[in-house]
Unconditional design. Sequence first.
Length: 422
Amino acid sequence: LFALADEYGTPLYLYDRATLDASVTVYRRALNAHYGSPKHGYHYPAESGLTYAGKAFLCLAIAQWSRQQDLWLDCSGLGEIAIAVAAGVPREHIVVHGVNKSPADLEAAIRHAGIIVIDNLTELERLVALATSHSLPNLWLRFQPGLAVETHAYTQTGQADSKFGMGRDEIIEAARICRQHELPLKGLHFHQGSQFRDPSPLGIAIEKTLDLAQALDLGEGWVLSPGGGWGVAYNEDDLPQPDVTDYVCVIAEGVKTGCRERGLPLPRLQLEPGRSLVARAGVALYRLGALKRTAQRTWLLLDGGLADNPRPALYGARYSALPAQGPERSAEETVWMAGPYCESGDVLIAGLPFPKVAVGELIAIPVSGAYHLSMSSNYNGARRPAVLWLDNGHAYLVQSRETPADLLRRDCGLPANPVEKG
């Protein structure tokens, strides 16, 4: 770690290939155990698969890894579609989401994606117009079940007042429009939220979605995508680690039972994990730049924070940390870890028992693989960190650290000869 920090600088993000692969294996084993092998047909057992939710973290290397793992890739907007295409992700594996897809987003989706998930009737009207001159990919409709899961309000997505998806009546109208215009309607999607740990509310959402599928009569070969959002443990208070198998079991058994009761053909079950695939594979490495003791607190001032990880400021997310040198050292004081940015909210960890450390030491924050860099910014002119890929004992640079030249690349400056007034 020390040699890597010296070579690539800090903050530095490291992703471990073995951990990523193991997370995929856990999901696939659970799906095979509870829903059947992907090699079987659409009856009992049925097909299943995984779509990586790229919003958790997407770069060229992660997209290439998802292709190697035969994962489908969830893309939101033109930028993520471009990454998927550059990585060689097969067209039929690119799934395009978004609540307000621009005309450019839709045109890119038509050119490059296998599935577009329709969020609202306005978007569908745009696609109807485009269908006169383009052949459309398969369409799924995003259903809003009207149910909340236990998680932060900002990461709930399936409740009745959510900005995401359509209610039952709108879905039925959307299906009517699809059939009227002979559009390729193939599936239903819903998403309840992110970082939840109790899968039981998913059972009700599945029941509502299957009722809707019965009303729509989608027929053989339809797809059900119940989203992702399964949580991970970020610190000791979050333990035990939420069990992926429990999560998959609730979904798979709910779908099988519900389809049997309604006489529906089993759909292809396409889960959409993001955080639960990549969070534990990532570690953020910071250098301690200053140590400040006040009457009330001991501050460890790091060289990264809000700009590369806004989650503590945005969601009150709680992390743990350890010194890279001598991580087994006993805690001797309670510390607050903060970044260098001009915000009092730039606090990564508050009130953590920690060993005594010296300026210049490296601090590692585990479980940093999801929703850090994908939500990062250039606040205060921060340069986004380098990213390393760890594979079989070797480290490979997969994203370089931004430079001041990168920050200036988009700027055009004031006009040399501005037009005079009047």
